[in-house]
Design a binder for this molecule. Structure first.
Ligand code: MN3
Length: 202
């Protein structure tokens, strides 16, 4: 069964002025669509064509680079759209807030470490807040379209919050100002969704 581009639960202009409308249209409709199309092409006719994204991530070290780049791209962007909301921002609450406090030094420290992970990722990649196998939280980054679910990840875990730091995510509006894009990102984070993902892993 071929993968398809997930529809967004909001309009492309929903994140103005933080993420501009044209970037959202191109990012979702062109970039993400291309990952989906190229993933389907790379899997067609192979023994892996009926696997889920999660199943592919778990054996990624054995799969061709086209599956790694485009499967990662599809997984990462699908997560990204869901952890954003026009009603986002603010602070996490409940168990997630407690875990950030006790395990990551508090929300401000976590946001600073997460922003630093995104800022220091040379070239293209992602910053992540993850739940490790021992159920503790960690902040890390991965290159290109890799993610912590891949069996080859240096920081293995299940991502519950991800931030795209590819230039295509911000260049039209922010040009080279990645730090400004990262600061804007916090205004639209859907902490309810991040919390839901966190609690489902406990
Ligand atoms: Mn992207």
């Amino acid at each position: 069964m071929a993968f398809t581009l997930p529809a967004l639960s909001y309009n492309h202009d929903a994140f103005e002025p933080h993420f501009d409308t044209l970037t959202m249209q191109i990012h979702h409709g062109k970039h993400h669509q291309a990952y989906v199309d190229n993933l389907n092409k790379a899997l067609a006719g192979t023994e892996h064509e009926n696997k889920s994204l999660e199943e592919l991530m778990a054996i990624m070290s054995k799969l061709p680079m086209a599956v790694r780049n485009n499967g990662g791209g599809h997984y990462n962007h699908s997560l990204f759209w869901e952890i954003l909301s026009p009603n986002g921002g603010g602070n996490p609450s409940g168990k997630l807030a407690e875990a950030i406090e006790s395990q990551l030094g508090g929300l401000e420290k976590m946001k600073s470490d997460f922003a630093n992970a995104g800022m220091t990722r040379f070239g293209s990649g992602w910053a992540w807040l993850c739940v490790k196998a021992d159920k503790t939280l960690c902040v890390c980054s991965t290159p290109n379209q890799d993610n912590p679910l891949m069996d080859l990840a240096e920081c293995p875990g299940t991502p519950i919050l991800g931030m795209d730091v590819w230039e295509h995510a911000y260049y039209l509006h922010y040009q080279n100002r990645r730090a400004d894009y990262i600061a804007a990102f916090w205004n639209i984070v859907n902490w309810d969704e991040v919390s839901k993902r966190y609690e489902s892993l406990l």
